[in-house]
Ligand binder design. Sequence first.
Ligand code: NAD
Length: 283
Amino acid sequence: MGIKRVGVVGCGLMGSGISQVCARSGYRVVVSEINDELLNKGLASISSFLTRNVKKGRVSQEEKEATLARIKGTTNTKDFTDCDLIIEAAVENLDVKKKIFAELDKICPRHSILATNTSCLSIIDMAKVTTRPEKVLGLHFFNPVPSMRLLEIVKTIATSDETLEIAKEFGKSIGKTTIVAPDTPGFIVNRLLMPFMLGACRMLEAGLATKEDIDTGVRLGLGHPMGPLALADLIGMDTNLFIANSIYEETKDPSCAPPVILKKMVADGRLGRKTGKGFYEYK
Ligand code: NAD
């Protein structure tokens, strides 16, 4: 089965990026939102991202127009009826996602693959509300979607080999390198990142080093593009806390237990870049 038309549920940060990357790769895309205001905001963010790239000479004006022409926005889930692959990128809440999967299962053709971009929720729980668990899997993109080259394909115990192969081909077709990850909290990348990032928080909390020295040490000593505390600011403290809690609840791995400093920062609204203040301040 070849994928020709892609559906994306949610046109927020990730959904807009996924829609854009798929459309740039030649797929026809239908992207949904809960109301017109959020839909227009999401579509406008795609347009302005492409405009900035035209100015930088990375995208031609023709490419920009062709990409936008391939994206159709909707607030009606019925518009997914002719999609071969639907990628859910709505809020990180299992009940919301289960409701979306149950609805997609009713609306979409039998051959359609249903994917979720969840960061750490159990994908088999979403698959079990459908009548096609063998066609459900995770497609975990990274932020910002257009520039991050990795796509984690998350196989549940029910995902078929055929579905996995189609997902690998799809990932390749949109210019991503794919890895296959297990359906466990954090998959591969966040499962490795969290103990490392939380360790940096604990080192700072214990007064063992300054935030600047921790980040400089990791950048120059390990060759990472940014230090773990700057990365925590970029991801957002609320998201870090949610992912750490999810992994800890499932695994009881003490290295993933959220440090007090992280909980306090979330309580204080110091979420990182998105609120202008986290470990660092942003203008
Ligand atoms: P976001 O809040 O920016 O976007 C989510 C959007 O989904 C919102 O605009 C919301 O209105 C919409 N939505 C909610 N319910 C919907 C429904 N029933 N139908 C259509 N739209 C609906 O969040 P985000 O950062 O884009 O995250 C989306 C998903 O991607 C989450 O599961 C998150 O864990 C995952 N994710 C996020 C990142 C990241 O760095 N932000 C990275 C990887 C994965």
